[in-house]
Ligand binder design. Structure first.
Ligand code: SF4
Ligand code: FES
Length: 235
């Protein structure tokens, strides 16, 4: 059975796509750039960050393009005043709570949308201590924007390891391991997929981290050596 095709207008351009296509995918097909943070081509879209919101038929509520499906005859605007204001506010809220100093793509968006870094000066910040508990990568959740990408690739979107999960709720929500155990005790196989999809400096390879800290090559070699498991050392 052939796919049902639908036609909509995106920024004045008519485009025909199979039914079920997300607005983001259709917009990309039409060479329209919609900014994203939580969306990644390798993960299931969850519509978490809301940075990708677009105006559909001038509706009351803006719609997240990564999860909203195209509707036949819809008129979509990917960037108008309302959309810009919404994206600017999201960026300002993120910037007020999270250390975005090592998130170049988000920094570009902050500049592009003229987000004011001091819009919410009294906002509570997500402060976490750096976690250096294994030879492969360092975690600094003060830089985490809770996009879930790492949790998703660790789970059903790629690795099926389920070493990473989310802990607590509301403002205190953070990425962690089950029962908060160290990564070496967790099911983590250090595949590096979480580091690869992280859009900020929250997850960093140990070598890169060591160089930034000014450690010598020998020191970095020592700190990135895989510890021998008990069974290995007894063999
Ligand atoms: S650690 Fe990185 S990938 Fe994981 S949720 Fe935070 S920002 Fe996203
Ligand atoms: S990119 Fe669509 S909600 Fe985050």
């Amino acid at each position: 059975m052939s796919e049902k095709m639908i036609t909509l207008t995106i920024d004045g351009q008519s485009i025909t796509v199979p039914e079920g296509t997300s607005i983001l995918a259709a917009a990309r097909q039409a060479d329209k750039d919609i900014p994203v943070i939580c969306y990644h081509d390798a993960t299931t879209p969850n519509g978490l960050c809301r940075l990708c919101v677009v105006d559909v038929n001038q509706g009351r509520v803006l719609q997240p393009a990564c999860v909203a499906q195209c509707q036949d005859g819809a008129v979509v605007e990917t960037r108008n005043e309302r959309v810009e204001r919404s994206r600017r506010t999201i960026l300002e809220m993120l910037d007020s709570a999270v250390d975005l100093g090592q998130a170049p793509e988000i920094q570009t968006l902050i500049h592009d949308y003229q987000a004011a870094p001091d819009r919410f000066p009294d906002a509570k910040r997500r402060d976490h201590s750096e976690l250096d508990d294994n030879p492969f990568y360092v975690r600094d959740y003060s830089q985490c924007v809770l996009c879930w990408r790492c949790v998703q690739v660790c789970g059903e979107d790629a690795q099926y390891t389920f070493a990473l999960t989310l802990g607590e709720r509301g403002f205190n929500t953070h990425v962690t391991t089950l029962f908060d155990i160290g990564l070496l005790e967790s099911p983590c196989v250090f595949c590096g997929q979480c580091v690869g999809v992280c859009p900020t400096g929250a997850l960093k390879p140990k070598v890169e981290w060591g160089m930034e800290q000014g450690f010598s090559a020998d020191e970095i070699r020592q700190m990135t050596r895989r510890p021998r498991r008990k069974a290995d050392s007894e063999a």
